[in-house]
Structures are given as C-alpha cells and as structure tokens.
Design a protein around this ligand. Structure first.
Ligand code: HEM
Length: 531
C-alpha cells in the first residue's frame, strides 16, 4: 500500500514533469508571440506568493500601472499575466480589452475553469456561474434567461414590494441587526420569485439550508485552498489515505448542496399537490412540461435554476455597501431624501413607477456599484473567471489554451479618466448640471455584470430589487455613524473583505426612522402588504 509520503512524492514528481513539459510545449506553441507582461515569478510556484489573500484588486491595480500595456501610464493598463503553479492567469484592466476577449472572441473565452473540488466532488455542477461551457450550460442559461430577462422581471414586483416593506419593519423593530435584515430580505425575494415560498424570519429553515451550503462553497472556492483544483487526478485518492481529508469535507458539503437543491423543490411539489401552490417560476414550469422533455429532466432543470438563484448573493453585499456609504455621507442622504419627499411625498412608500423621476436615487445606485464593486476581480468562484478554450493571440500576446482570464472591474471602475477622484463616493458625477442623468458618463454596468455570452442573467432582477430597497430605506430612515465611548461620531471607512463575494467588514451604525410619521407609514404598509 502507498504511504502518504510516497503519494506526495509521486505527486510532486508528476507535477514537476508536467510543469517542465508544459513550459516547453508552451514555448513551442507561442512561436514569436510573447506572453502578456507581468511580475516575474519564482521557479515552479510562479507568482503564487505575489497574489495576497485579501484586497487582491489593489495589487492587480498596481500591476496594471507597473506592467500593463498602456500608452498612458497615468491611466490603468490593459493586460497583465501571472503564472500560478503552472496555471496561466490573464487579468484585464479596461472595458476595451475585456470586450475584445469576452465579446469579439466569445467563441474562445466563454468557458469557466475546471474546479474539481467544487464541480465534481461537491456536486455543484448544477450551479450556472461555475458551469463549463457546453450543452448543459446552454440549456440552463436558456431557462434562466426566460425567467429573468428585462421583459419579465416586473412579475416579481409584488414580491419585491412585500419583502421590502417587511425589511423596513424589521429595521424599525431591531435596527442593530441591519446586515442580517438585508440578507433576509434579498433571500426572501429570490425564494418568493423562484419557488413562491415566503421566508418567515432569520431563523427560517430555508435560510439555514442556504447558509450551510454557502459555507462549504466559500471554503472550497478560495483559490489555493484545495490542491485537487490544481491536480484533478487527486480526486481518485480514496478518503482513507492520509492527507485526503478533502474527500470527507467534499462529501459533507455535497449533502448540504443536495438539501439546497431538493428541499424547496419538494415543498413546491407538495403545495401543488395540495392545491396551495403560489405563483412562481417553479410552479409555472412544473405545470408546463415541454413535449420534447422528460419529466425527470424538466424537474432537474427547475431544481438547478432555483438553487443557482438561491446561491447568488451579490445584491446583499451591494446593499451593505449602501448602508455604510449613507452613514459616511449625510449630505448625499439629505439630497436623496429631498428628492424622494418631492416626488413620492410623505404619505406613501416609493414604488417602481417613481424611478424615472428619481435621477439622484439612480445616480446613487450607479455610484454604489462603482465605488466598491462586490466582484472587484473575477478570479474567485463566484467572481466567475473565464477559461480560454484554445490557444490564441490577442493584441500581439500569446494566450495559452486553459488560461484563466478575468476582468478587473475594480480597476475599470476606478479609472480616473472616466471617474475623477475615483476613491470618493460622489453620485453627482453621474448627473448633468440640470440634475438629470448624464449619458456621457460611463455607466458602471459596462463592467459590473460581466460581458458577452456569460453576462449576468440576474442583472435586471438585482437592479430592480436593489432600487426598491435603497429608495424605501432612504424615504423612511436616517442612517448615521454610531457614537464612540466619548460620545463622538465614530469615523467609518469601508473595509472590503475578499470572501467568496467581496463585502464590507462588519461595522456599526445607527438606523432610525426619520419621523414618527415614517414609522407609522411602515407599520401601515406592512399590514396592508399582501402578495
Ligand atoms: C449586485 C448584484 C450582482 C452582480 C454584481 C452580479 C455580477 C455577475 C457577474 C460579474 C457575473 C459573471 C459574468 C461574466 O462571466 O461575464 C455574473 C454571473 C451570473 N449571475 Fe450575477 N450578479 C448579481 C446578481 C445576480 C442575481 C440576483 C442573480 C440571480 C437571480 C444572478 C445570477 C447570475 C448567474 C446565473 C450567473 C452565471 C451566468 C453564466 O455563467 O452564464 N446574479 N453575475
């Protein structure tokens, strides 16, 4: 029997042989074209130690300036290459280059990297953002598009209104738990739209199921956390071999993912059998089996779509950024509240019909996603990097097949040419002098939701739900920094943690109703709210 030392030595020798072979093969393949510029790596491990565990976007931003291919060094460069243990990684620092790769050459750059731990061992092969390019992705993407495109998301407005009013009530009764209330509200919107399930409170079993599944993925999705992602053949090592603890972990996390896939679906089917099914994507799909699909396959598609939507939580992070931005910028809050008071008045809560008359609120939405993008660089699992499907040459640089290619939205959205003083939170940058939105300023959405064939299909859902939450909170609450021990206002600054999705480190602030009348309005709207 192999000892663990033998197994490790074997792996190391295999890795070195493969590394030498692929380095030589790449040299031959790339002919006269160089790899893109980037920091020089070390032997074997390449740039493994150069990419920090936290705030990688700042390191990348520096690399764009130091090595990026850009005529104008004061602006961000375009393209940087690193090599992490033989894995080529290419980072893109402008919308021009990102579009060149992901839109003009979408036939080559629409795949995702193979993440053996997550996709195979943990059974997350249902998860659309991580899915390899191919027939299953195409079919699942079609289903997703059908239920989340711009023309259909207004169907979910009643659920958005209901859950937003519940959020306001939660903020009124337990203001200190604002971060948890936001998480609950956005999960509840997804659950209502996809399954017609009304999530009750933070202790709801559906929240616990998603928390457990996401805990596994957040550990397994960290680059470098599991060697099996670099050496896929390790997946064959039996769990009893010393050092193969990843197999046991994968098995447990797979069970958690299965719960997330199956539990809501079982509940919808039961409700339908009992004649209690509420309108939702799953109920609608269960009632309409297309003639060319088996029932089993159809149910799997519904399950995969539901669990994917359930597992995506970027909107929550953006809403958390909103709270800290408001606490830091009272003058922005006051201007937004003045606009809301004028357009909506004090006697009702904001609605979707108000949006076109609220340019300042729309400018805040843009500035939130620009200032602290929650997917600042696409190389973690949920930040969804791409993988190249063939050898290619772009802008005179050789991009080997299998390279991880990621757009760095942080650098793109902090380019001073488009956004002067990019570190400042300033919604006014999106407005003309007459107060209307200025179409000449680059819309952050060019980078925030990705590109081409794999652009985020949930972007309209996310945008509408976030708009309602932002407008409704501003209409009814004041958000202020907390007082410190000496009674002075605490100074706040956004510390964005890397995690699976970038999110602000926990912070304190005070969320209080603007007036007693606003508190009454919330209670009344909640009593009347049905969906
Ligand atoms: C602030 C909120 C959100 C942000 C910033 C965001 C951003 C992104 C980005 C950057 C991608 C990768 C696109 C690419 O590869 O070019 C993506 C993919 C995806 N997003 Fe979103 N997203 C958000 C909310 C949502 C929501 C609410 C849903 C579901 C209802 C969703 C569903 C998806 C799916 C399914 C994919 C994978 C698409 C594919 O690989 O084909 N997203 N998102």
């Amino acid at each position: 029997m192999l000892s663990s030392v033998d197994a490790l030595l074997g792996l190391l020798a295999g890795y070195l042989a493969w590394h030498l072979y692929s380095a030589r093969r790449n040299k031959k393949r790339r002919l006269n074209f160089p790899l893109p510029p980037g920091p020089k790596g070390h032997v074997v491990i390449g740039n493994l130690l150069d990419l920090p565990a936290e705030s990688q976007w700042l390191t990348l931003d520096r690399w764009f300036k130091d090595y990026g291919e850009s005529a104008n060094k004061s602006s961000v460069g375009d393209i940087v290459h690193v090599n992490v243990m033989g894995q080529h990684m290419v980072f893109l620092g402008s919308t021009r280059t990102s579009s060149l790769f992901f839109e003009n050459k979408s036939a080559v750059y629409s795949d995702r990297p193979p993440m053996t731990m997550v996709l195979e061992l943990m059974g997350w092969d249902f998860f659309l953002p991580g899915m390899r390019y191919g027939a299953r992705w195409r079919e699942q993407r079609r289903v997703f598009h059908e239920h989340f495109h711009r023309g259909v998301v207004s169907q979910y407005h009643p659920a958005f209104l209901h859950e937003t009013h519940k959020l306001l009530l939660n903020l009124l009764t337990e203001p200190g738990s604002f971060l948890q209330h936001l998480r609950l509200a956005f999960t509840a919107m997804i659950m209502a739209a996809t399954y017609g399930i009304e999530v009750q409170d933070r202790r709801d079993p559906y929240i616990a199921i998603s928390d457990k599944a996401m805990e596994g993925i957040s550990q397994a999705g960290v680059p470098g956390a599991f060697l099996v992602n670099y050496f896929p053949s390790m997946k064959h090592i039996p769990p009893w071999v010393p050092g193969a603890g990843f197999q046991g972990k994968a098995l447990q996390w797979k069970k958690d993912a299965q719960e997330m896939l199956q539990k809501p679906m079982e509940a919808v089917k039961k409700a339908l059998r009992e004649g209690k099914g509420r309108p939702s994507i799953a109920t609608k799909m269960l009632q309409e089996l297309p003639p060319n699909r088996t029932e089993e396959h159809h149910e799997r598609l519904i399950q995969d779509m539901g669990a994917t939507a359930y597992g995506v939580s970027q909107t929550v992070s953006t809403a958390q950024v909103f709270i800290i931005a408001m606490a830091m910028h009272p003058q922005v809050q006051q201007r937004a509240q003045a606009e809301l008071d004028k357009v909506v008045g004090l006697g009702r809560l904001p609605d979707f019909a108000d949006r076109d008359s609220l340019p300042y609120i729309n400018a805040i939405m843009k500035e939130l996603t620009r200032w602290q993008p929650v997917l600042p660089v696409g190389f973690r699992l949920l930040a969804v990097p791409r993988a190249s499907m063939a050898d290619d040459v772009v802008n005179g640089y050789f991009i080997p097949e299998g390279s991880v290619v990621a757009a760095c939205s942080w650098s793109i959205l902090h380019d001073p040419e488009h956004y002067p003083h990019p570190e400042e939170f300033r919604p006014e940058r999106f407005l003309r002098e007459d107060g209307g939105l200025d179409p000449k300023v680059q819309d952050p959405n060019v980078a925030v939701f990705g590109y081409g064939r794999r652009i985020c299909p949930g972007r309209h859902f996310s945008d509408r739900s976030l708009y309602l939450v932002v407008a409704s909170i501003l209409a009814t609450f004041d958000i202020e920094p907390s007082l410190d021990q000496d009674g002075k206002l605490e100074s706040l600054r956004p510390v964005m943690l890397s995690g699976l999705i970038s999110h602000p480190a926990p912070f304190n602030c005070v969320v209080k109703p603007r007036t007693p009348f606003a508190a009454d309005l919330i209670r009344k709207s909640c009593e009347e709210s049905v969906y």
